[in-house]
Design a protein around this ligand. Structure first.
Ligand SMILES: Nc1ncnc2c1ncn2[C@@H]1O[C@H](COP(=O)(O)OP(=O)(O)OP(=O)(O)O)[C@@H](O)[C@H]1O
Length: 227
């Protein structure tokens, strides 16, 4: 049980008055790579937002990296997010500072003070995504794939118990998507747990893994056919 990083039980997810997902019962175990798929508008983003505290869980039970989602308070959210690494489709890097300073910003904001420790952490996460030589660049000097690698590096800074990636390849061409996916798979092989929302079925076929599907207000696990 202690290896469960996320579970929801009989949960309902609303956007305002609208019920987006109901009777959601899912779990993610430490070390898993889990896809969340579904057509546009079926609730993938709403589900992810609930997990990182952007949408309240109004009905049912849920726990993520030790936080109870049903009783989550506004004040808990920054602490919850420190235990999560969140990666978005549009990277969300700060364009007015270099890669190094984007990462430094997050570390400083989350309480890191020791300069050598900060530098060593920045080097460590950039090495993991193959971006160590580009730390002096500004985000707008990087390709989309490189920006997403930096966003993944940023997600790794505080050794997250779970990485939530919402359409991380949504803005990338197929070849770059595969490269970013390889980075995520490598990180997963090294022990990070990842939940990735995607509508990129080509990636799913190329890299089969546990898959949850949103459809008709429900989430269920789909069994992938093996050839
Ligand atoms: N802020 C909001 N207010 C009200 N309704 C919303 C809001 N955001 C999303 N919705 C509705 O909730 C439903 C699920 O949307 P959501 O964005 O979670 O789907 P999605 O599967 O992530 O889609 P996409 O792949 O296009 O991002 C949709 O019917 C959408 O119109």
């Amino acid at each position: 049980m202690s290896d469960t990083v996320l579970f929801l039980k009989d949960a309902s997810i609303f956007q305002g008055e609208n019920l987006v997902l109901s009777d959601v019962s899912v779990s993610v175990e430490k070390g898993e790579f889990v896809y969340l798929i579904g057509k546009t508008g079926t609730g993938k983003s709403s589900f992810m937002k609930t997990l990182y505290g952007d949408l309240p869980l109004q009905k049912g039970e849920g726990e993520i990296v030790g936080y109870d989602l049903a009783t989550l308070k506004e004040n808990d959210i920054p602490f919850l997010r420190r235990k999560l690494g969140v990666v978005f489709q549009d990277f969300k890097l700060l364009n007015d500072r270099t890669v190094h300073d984007n990462l430094n910003f997050v570390l400083t904001a989350t309480g890191w003070k020791d300069k050598p420790a900060i530098e060593s952490k920045i080097n460590e996460v950039l090495a993991k995504v193959g971006m160590k030589t580009k730390s002096f660049k500004y985000p707008y000097q990087l390709s989309g794939g490189e920006q997403q690698r930096v966003a993944i590096a940023r997600a790794l800074l505080n050794d997250p118990e779970l990485i939530l990636a919402d359409e991380p390849t949504g803005n990338l061409d197929p070849q770059t998507s595969v490269e970013v996916m390889e980075v995520l798979r490598e990180i997963n092989k090294n022990g990070n747990t990842i939940l990735m929302a995607t509508h990129d079925y080509a990636l799913l076929l190329k890299y089969p893994s546990k898959t949850l599907k949103c459809d008709e207000n429900q989430i269920f696990e789909v069994v992938q056919k093996t050839v």
